[in-house]
Design a protein around this ligand. Structure first.
Ligand SMILES: [Zn+2]
Length: 168
């Protein structure tokens, strides 16, 4: 037995690329573009629609409540966003943080963009911001990423909870 065994082994701080690989387009259609119109696929995963950007629950979450903020426009990098889009994404990030705090009482967050394949982006053609709520010891109860999918009912319930608590 090594010393390690009894310790909490933290997952890497920032590893959403494994999820993203799963959802990366295989049929030529962009995952995010496929979900930007109201009433489309996975509508129950949409938390909020803004004017230029929207908030969607990550269906292959790194942790419970893992959100993504994405512009409607299909652009690959942050510098290609116009200032209205950047402003709205920034506002939606603040709202998402407030909402998650209220609904799920996280003890921390990982927030960031993965831009380009080298940085771990799975949906690399369509930029999106990850907002991952964290709890101390959360690696003890969440399944290892990519090996297990959170059941759809749980995702749906989480999405409904976050919509209910949405705080602009
Ligand atoms: Zn797209």
């Amino acid at each position: 037995m090594t010393k390690k065994m009894g310790k909490k082994v933290r997952r890497p701080l920032w590893a959403p690329w494994r999820i993203e690989y799963i959802v990366s387009p295989k049929d030529g259609q962009c995952f995010l573009c496929g979900r930007k119109s109201p009433g489309g696929k996975d509508e129950d995963m949409i938390i909020h629609r803004g004017e230029k950007a929207f908030v969607i629950l990550n269906m292959f979450p790194y942790n419970s409540g893992h959100l993504m903020v994405a512009p409607y426009r299909h652009v690959a990098t942050y510098s290609l966003l116009d200032s209205d889009e950047r402003n709205e994404i920034s506002g939606l990030l603040a709202a998402a943080e407030r909402t998650l705090r209220k609904a799920m009482r996280p003890e921390g967050f990982n927030i960031g963009f993965n831009i380009g394949k080298a940085a771990g982006a799975g949906i690399e053609e369509h930029i999106h911001l990850h907002i991952v709520p964290r709890w101390l010891g959360d690696n003890n109860f969440m399944p290892v990423l990519g090996s297990e999918r959170v059941v759809p009912q749980a995702l749906s319930a989480t999405a409904a909870l976050l919509r209910k608590h949405w705080t602009p």
